[in-house]
Ligand binder design. Structure first.
Ligand SMILES: [Fe+2]
Length: 414
């Protein structure tokens, strides 16, 4: 006869002894700092009142509104302050990064290089719209998983001089900031379109806000001119350091200076610290504003075992929603999005909006069709191809419509 399971292991027994006030680190986990005090003391920087898309076109500078702002050189609150300027001098760039949380590498892409990438992005954006797989955002349209969509993107991830003439300089700055062996976390082309909604200011590195140095970096390559009319990225210069200091001292973040629009000519690489408050601005013009976003993180910031590749197909097929989630097969907005699938997902068990296993199973069965280069001249065959992304997105939509709470059965994606 086997011994009965000790009653201390019984879930009900555990629950009876696990009142919320018994949680370890309860106060720290519940504090919601630093963003709570950022928003309490700077309420104007978060609230985007619901308006029609067409209303966003009426721009005027208004003190106090984080998105109806202007460039640092024109903003009265920043007059006389020496904010980052486009530069090629590495010492100047280092100093801007440390002090202001961002720097502007002037002419990081030559005009020919920027023309090539801009053309590719515009073609791809149109191709994805024609194929019915465009990934819309509140600001416009994103092109995800750029590495599959043009040689120029492969080279940009490498900061290869043939795609980015200032690549060695950008690479040096990122390596000094993150240490050697850093990895790329994604490359996304973000189009801000007229009528798009400004993004709430946020930190890309929303955890470990008091870390003495950044754990995330972004290289934003401006493929079009950035200013207050085109939707130049909104930043609060120096906010990375102000927030880190407040968190280290266990105090609230106080009143912050106003946001400005980044001003940068096409071809500029804006290198920014993951802790700086920033967001997409409003594009008031008819032309798309294009940013190529390349995020970087230290190499330890990922799973030790690469379960995406290594798990046997039969294990995946019988895996419970819990096992799938534990192995990383549920994306969230900030982690493990797959060809862009997983934005707006929260990483919940069986959550259709972020379920990834169908991609792996399709690959195992030799029928995974990835979205590649598309454009206005793509063949009907390419535009109507059975992209696995299309299947997964449609299955997620159907699951959400049939029952928003129902767990997603990956086996049904065929
Ligand atoms: Fe961001």
């Amino acid at each position: 006869m086997t011994n009965p399971t000790p009653r201390e292991f019984d879930p009900e027994f555990i629950e009876a002894r696990s009142a919320p006030d018994r949680q370890m680190y309860r106060a720290e986990r519940a504090s919601r700092e630093p963003m709570r005090s950022v928003l309490d003391n700077n309420p104007e920087i978060y609230i985007v009142p619901p308006r029609r898309g067409s209303d966003w076109g009426n721009w005027e500078f208004k003190a106090g509104s984080y998105y109806d702002t202007t460039t640092g050189s024109k903003h009265p609150d920043w007059a006389g302050v020496e904010l980052p300027q486009p530069a090629k001098d590495i010492d100047r760039l280092r100093a801007d990064l440390v002090r202001w949380g961002y720097c502007l590498v002037e002419d990081a892409l030559s005009q020919e290089q920027v023309e090539r990438v801009r053309t590719r992005v515009l073609e791809q954006a149109e191709g994805e719209r024609l194929a019915g797989i465009a990934q819309r955002t509140p600001s416009g349209q994103n092109i995800n998983c750029c590495v599959n969509k043009g040689r120029c993107f492969e080279l940009l991830i490498e900061q290869h001089p043939s795609a980015m003439q200032g690549g060695a300089l950008v690479e040096q700055l990122v390596t000094e900031a993150l240490g050697p062996t850093w990895i790329s976390t994604s490359m996304i082309a973000a189009l801000a379109l007229k009528g798009g909604v400004p993004q709430a200011l946020h930190q890309d590195q929303a955890v470990w806000a008091d870390s003495p140095h950044p754990q995330l970096f972004n290289v934003l390559t401006a493929a079009t001119d950035f200013d207050e009319t085109t939707g130049g990225t909104l930043v609060i210069p120096g906010s990375h350091a102000t927030i880190a200091e407040a968190v280290r001292e266990r105090g609230p973040v106080g009143k912050l200076p106003p946001a400005i629009n980044v001003e940068a000519k096409a071809g500029t690489a804006v290198v920014y610290d993951g802790r700086i408050l920033h967001g997409t601005g409003i594009n008031h013009t008819d032309a798309p504003r294009i940013a190529i976003l390349n995020g970087m993180s230290p190499s330890w910031l990922r799973q030790q075992e690469n379960w995406m590749l290594s798990v046997r197909p039969e294990v995946l097929r019988r895996a419970s929603p819990k096992l799938l989630q534990r192995m990383g097969y549920q994306a969230t907005t900030g982690s493990a999005t797959h060809e862009g699938h997983g934005f707006n997902a929260r990483g919940l068990l069986g959550e259709a909006a972020g379920a990834l296993v169908a991609f792996r199973l399709a690959a195992d069965e030799g029928r995974y069709v990835r979205v590649g280069e598309l454009g206005p001249d793509s063949s009907r065959e390419d535009l109507e191809a059975e992209y696995t992304l299309r299947e997964v997105v449609e299955a997620a939509r159907a699951a959400r419509q049939s029952n928003p709470r129902q767990a997603f059965d990956p086996g049904k994606v065929r």
